[in-house]
Design a protein around this ligand. Structure first.
Ligand SMILES: Nc1ncnc2c1ncn2[C@@H]1O[C@H](COP(=O)(O)OP(=O)(O)OP(=O)(O)O)[C@@H](O)[C@H]1O
Ligand SMILES: [Mg+2]
Length: 235
C-alpha cells in the first residue's frame, strides 16, 4: 500500500535519512522504533510531503507520491497525528476536529467521522466545547489522533502517541490504536516505547541514525537480542 524506496532526506547538509526502504501492507500495524534523533519524525515528514527527499521514491497504491503537496497527501488518504500533541491551542475540541476534516465536503460522511471519534474517545465528546490548551496532556493526545482521523484516512501515521503519558493512559492509547486498526485503518506507529509498540504491531523496523538496521515480524523483534539490548532495556 505504501512503499518507501531508497529515500534520502536532508536538512541543508544534514543527511537525516540515508536510504530508507519501508513497506506497509493494507490492514497492518507497522511500527518504526528508534532512539532520539534516529530520523523517525523525518520519515513521517517525508511521507506526508512536508519534506522533499533528495533521492528515492514513495509509492502509494502504486502511484508515485514523492513530490505531492501535503494537502493532497491528506486527500489521498494519508493522515498524520504529529509529535508533541500539536493541537490548535486556542480552539475548542470541536473546532480542532472540524479542521481535521478540511479536505472533505460530504457533511453526512463528516458527521459519521465525528461519531467514530467520539465513540473512540468519549472524553472528547464530554469536552467538545473546551479550549484545547486547557485539556490534560493525555486528552490533547487523544485530540491529535482524533483530528487525524477526521480526514478519514486509509493510513494513519502516529508520531509517538504515548510520549509523556502516565502508564494507564499509555495502555489506553495502545488499546485505542488496536481499535482503530480493527475499524479498517492501516497504521504506521512511530514510538520510543519499543516494547508496547512491538506488542501491538504486526511488523517493525528499527531505525538508527537514518538507516533501517533491523526489520521483521514484531514478535521476532521482541525476542531479538539486539533489539532487547538497545531498545527494551530490562523491562
Ligand atoms: N528542522 C531541522 N533542521 C535540522 N536538522 C533537523 C531538523 N529536524 C530534525 N533534524 C535532525 O535530523 C535528525 C533526525 O531527526 P528526527 O526528528 O527525525 O528524529 P526522531 O527519530 O524523530 O527523534 P525523536 O525521538 O527525538 O523525536 C536529527 O539528527 C535531528 O537533529
Ligand atoms: Mg521525532
Amino acid at each position: 500500500m505504501l512503499k518507501m524506496q531508497n529515500i534520502h532526506t536532508y536538512y541543508d547538509n544534514i543527511h537525516a535519512l540515508k536510504g530508507i526502504n519501508l513497506n506497509i501492507n493494507k490492514g497492518e500495524i507497522v511500527t518504526l522504533i528508534g532512539s532520539n534523533g534516529a530520523g523517525k519524525t523525518t520519515t513521517l515528514g517525508t511521507i506526508t510531503g512536508l519534506l522533499k527527499p533528495k533521492e528515492g521514491k514513495i509509492l502509494y497504491n502504486d502511484e508515485d507520491i514523492t513530490c505531492v503537496q501535503p494537502g493532497h497527501i491528506v486527500k489521498k488518504g494519508i493522515s498524520l497525528s504529529p509529535e508533541g500533541r500539536e493541537v490548535f491551542p486556542q480552539l475548542t475540541v470541536f473546532d480542532n476536529l472540524k479542521l481535521g476534516a478540511y479536505t472533505r465536503s460530504d457533511k453526512k460522511e463528516i458527521d459519521q467521522s465525528y461519531e467514530m471519534v467520539y465513540e473512540l474517545f468519549p472524553r472528547l465528546f464530554e469536552r467538545k466545547t473546551q479550549i484545547a490548551k486547557t485539556l490534560s496532556g493525555g486528552e490533547q493526545q487523544m485530540l491529535a489522533i482524533g483530528r487525524a482521523l477526521m480526514s478519514k484516512p486509509e493510513i494513519l501515521l502516529l508520531d509517538e502517541p504515548s510520549l509523556g503519558l502516565s502508564p494507564n493512559l499509555v495502555l489506553l492509547i495502545f488499546e485505542l490504536i488496536k481499535d482503530i486498526n480493527k475499524l479498517g485503518m492501516t497504521i504506521l506507529l512511530v514510538e520510543q516505547n519499543a516494547k508496547m509498540a512491538l506488542k501491538v504491531a504486526d511488523r517493525g523496523y528499527v531505525l538508527e541514525t537514518g538507516k533501517i538496521i533491523i526489520e521483521g515480524n514484531a514478535k521476532e523483534l521482541l525476542n531479538d537480542d539486539r533489539v532487547k539490548q538497545a531498545y527494551l532495556g530490562n523491562l
